[in-house]
Design a binder for this molecule. Structure first.
Ligand SMILES: [Zn+2]
Length: 95
């Protein structure tokens, strides 16, 4: 989980998840410093979210039903996305 680069307070999981959704800025609740996701972390978010989905849909699917495959694939993508706050890094951004 990323920490505030200013006061070293751990940023909240929900806060990071919300920021990851739109790659927007997040603010430290303790000192108010703004943080922006790094380019490498954006890449990680995309990888964690879409890679398992693509692998599942095109190779590992146990279903013959397209609808079931898509729903399961999306569920896997959601799980991947929920894990992204643990791997991303944020840098301090001055407005
Ligand atoms: Zn802070």
């Amino acid at each position: 989980m990323p920490k505030c680069k200013n006061c070293y307070t751990r940023l909240k999981w929900s806060q990071i998840l919300k920021a990851n959704m739109s790659y927007s800025m997040t603010t430290c609740e303790h000192c108010g410093a703004n943080h922006q996701i790094t380019w490498f972390s954006r890449f990680l978010v995309t990888l964690l979210t879409t890679f398992p989905l693509i692998i599942f849909i095109f190779t590992l699917t146990p279903f013959t039903n397209v609808f079931l495959t898509l729903i399961s694939g999306l569920a896997i993508a959601c799980v991947g996305f929920l894990l992204t706050p643990f791997v991303v890094d944020y840098e301090e951004k001055h407005k």
